[in-house]
Design a binder for this molecule. Structure first.
Ligand SMILES: Nc1nc2c(ncn2[C@@H]2O[C@H](COP(=O)(O)OP(=O)(O)OP(=O)(O)O)[C@@H](O)[C@H]2O)c(=O)[nH]1
Ligand SMILES: [Mg+2]
Length: 202
């Protein structure tokens, strides 16, 4: 399959409020997670070349449930848009609820094959990001870190942050990569395609 075509025309399956509501736990899934407003939904739209597929917003807290998408013609291969964590302005009870949704998804979903951890390159590696990385290392779950919104910085600045993050993220051997990315100008898109194909299609 030609790299750039794989994720185009992905389809929306549905939006689910909890782990119990999710469709059958068979096939393979890659979950997009990270802090609120880091650009998880935008990355899915960049990847699938469909700006309307996952709902995005300037206001953090847009994605409030687990949203499932499947590849065109391959319904058993799915992309998962998770709610964001760490957004201080939503109520404590909402934050707890979203945290629970994410925790349950990560810990109970058998189809999960890897995580795409998305950070705003200007605010990388917050505690919650580090917790996700630790979880991946402990559970031997492959992960890919996208330092998103790199269009907001110069190439030099982005490169230097990439170098720093690479030094800070190390640990037990599990497949991982770290890329600078921009869902606005599509920097890193072909590398994202390549990594996702490795995680999802092999
Ligand atoms: N400049 C720039 N803006 C971006 C980029 N990616 C996303 N954004 C913007 O960041 C805001 C948040 O994007 P979303 O994709 O909704 O972020 P999210 O992580 O899904 O947010 P929640 O669902 O609220 O957790 C939107 O205004 C996007 O247009 C990027 O690469 N560059
Ligand atoms: Mg979102």
């Amino acid at each position: 399959m030609p790299t750039i075509e794989t994720f185009i025309n992905a389809k929306f399956i549905g939006s689910f409020q909890s782990h119990e509501e999710l469709p059958a736990d068979t096939g393979d899934e890659i979950a997009f997670c990270g802090r609120s407003n880091s650009g998880k939904s935008s990355v899915i739209n960049a990847l699938t070349k469909n700006k309307k597929l996952a709902k995005t917003s300037k206001t953090p807290g847009r994605t409030q449930s687990i949203n499932l998408f499947c590849l065109k013609d391959r319904e058993e291969k799915r992309l998962i848009d998770l709610p964001g964590y760490g957004y201080a302005k939503v109520s404590k009870s909402k934050r707890k609820e979203w945290g629970l949704i994410i925790d349950e998804y990560l810990n109970l979903r058998e189809s999960l094959r890897g995580l795409i951890i998305i950070m705003d390159i200007r605010h990388p590696l917050k505690d919650s990001d580090q917790m996700l990385i630790n979880w991946c290392q402990e559970t031997q779950t492959p992960f890919l870190i996208l330092l998103n919104k790199s269009d907001k910085l110069s190439k030099n600045q982005s490169h230097s942050i990439l170098g720093k993050i690479k030094k800070q993220v190390s640990g037990p051997s599990v497949y991982y990569e770290i890329l600078t990315f921009s869902s606005k100008d599509l920097v890193g898109l072909s590398d994202l395609n390549r990594c996702l194909e490795t995680l999802l299609l092999i």
